[in-house]
Write a protein that binds this ligand. Structure first.
Ligand SMILES: Cc1ncc(COP(=O)(O)O)c(C=O)c1O
Length: 352
């Protein structure tokens, strides 16, 4: 029999121990009725949640700016920033106001219907992306945006192989995990044999190996993060991406910049590829794009869009609520971040 604590108050003397069932070890955190904190019930992780994530974390009930607050009222400085997603902090009032207004009016539509918010968002991304990356495919996770990019490179080139760098992370689905080259995130025992890894930014022979592989002209694309995030914030040597662009051009291979983590002014320019003024064939963007709302995009060119016309849809792709939520997000980025770290392109852009 499992006994656990039932807390009815932050005052420890009021806690009671009660008997609960084996499958439902529960811990109630119920604060004084006068507070607005909701009752939070934490069930036994071991029986309810797949054991794929780290356990024993604090039970978070509220976020305010750069702080998270747990069920005991403890405040934490959120250095993790939700894996880079909450770049403007928790519950920013301007962002929440826009989200509430949009949800009151129209909460969600699928890709099948058009909404103005979707067009506005696509237009702004086209303005901010380098070169002619003016076509957007919207989806709901970084993995999905990468999966879309990989698919389109095969459709466009008629080739089926993919190259990626050691230390890179690109997602959890079959293809996205197959191009991920961090061993702990390669959990599928049957990863795609069409995906190959080469040494990453720290290796002297990285570009030589890429050149050698791509000379086979069997590769549809190289996918890489302009700055590797999960790999340990690894930046490429100066000139690396220019050279990579040239090798791709010489071999008819498309270049995907995975900016899921590095994009949206996380590095001082709107996209990290802007530092080297390289124009990839695809940019995928997620995380800080929605500041906590699951909206992500795969950007590409008219040339690719003209060929990739087969049906594709994402139920939660260009849904209007997150799209509308982005205006105040970007307005806040412009006001508060670019003031200190201006990027020319974003400075020229007015969110209004
Ligand atoms: C560079 C990069 N690409 C792709 C992903 C996968 O994104 P998501 O978790 O939204 O599917 C991540 C996640 O951390 C990432 O850092």
């Amino acid at each position: 029999m499992i006994y656990d604590i039932v807390r009815f108050s932050t005052d420890e003397s009021k806690w009671k121990t009660v008997e609960t069932g084996e499958r439902a070890r529960v811990m109630f955190h119920r604060f004084d009725d006068s507070t607005f904190l909701p009752n939070v019930i934490e069930r036994d992780e071991a029986t309810l949640i797949l054991p794929t994530t780290v356990g024993c974390t604090p039970l978070i009930v509220r976020g305010e700016g750069c702080e998270l607050i747990d069920a005991d009222g403890c405040r934490y400085l959120d250095c993790y920033s939700d894996v880079g997603a909450m770049s403007l902090g928790h519950s920013h009032p301007d962002i929440l106001a826009a989200a509430h207004a949009q949800i009151d009016q129209l909460q969600h539509t699928t890709t099948i219907y058009l909404t103005e918010a979707m067009f506005d968002l696509a237009e702004r991304l086209a303005e901010l992306a380098p070169g002619e990356l003016n076509r957007s495919f919207f989806c709901a996770s970084g993995t999905e945006a990468n999966e879309a990019a990989l698919l389109m490179t095969s459709q466009y080139t008629g080739r089926g192989q993919f190259l990626s760098l050691e230390g890179g992370l690109h997602g959890r689905t079959k293809s996205a995990m197959s191009v991920t080259q961090i061993p702990m995130w390669r959990t599928d025992p049957f990863l795609l044999e069409s995906c190959h890894g080469v040494p990453g930014y720290n290796a002297n022979n990285s570009l030589a190996r890429i050149e050698h592989e791509l000379s086979s002209r069997k590769y549809a694309a190289v996918i890489a993060e302009p700055i590797q995030g999960n790999g340990g914030i690894v930046t490429p040597p100066r000139g690396y991406w220019q050279r990579l662009r040239n090798i791709c051009d010489d071999t008819g291979t498309l270049l995907i910049a995975d900016e899921v983590q590095s994009g949206i002014n996380q590095t001082g320019t709107f996209f990290a590829v802007d530092h080297e003024q390289v124009i990839p064939d695809f940019i995928t963007t997620a995380k800080a794009l929605g500041n906590g709302f699951p909206i992500t995009a795969c950007l590409t060119t008219d040339n690719v869009a003209d060929v990739c016309t087969r049906p594709a849809a994402s139920t939660y792709g260009p849904t209007p609520s997150p799209a509308a939520w982005l205006w105040p997000c970007w307005s806040v980025i412009k006001k508060s971040i670019l003031r200190n770290r201006p990027s020319r392109k974003a400075e020229d852009w007015s969110p209004d």
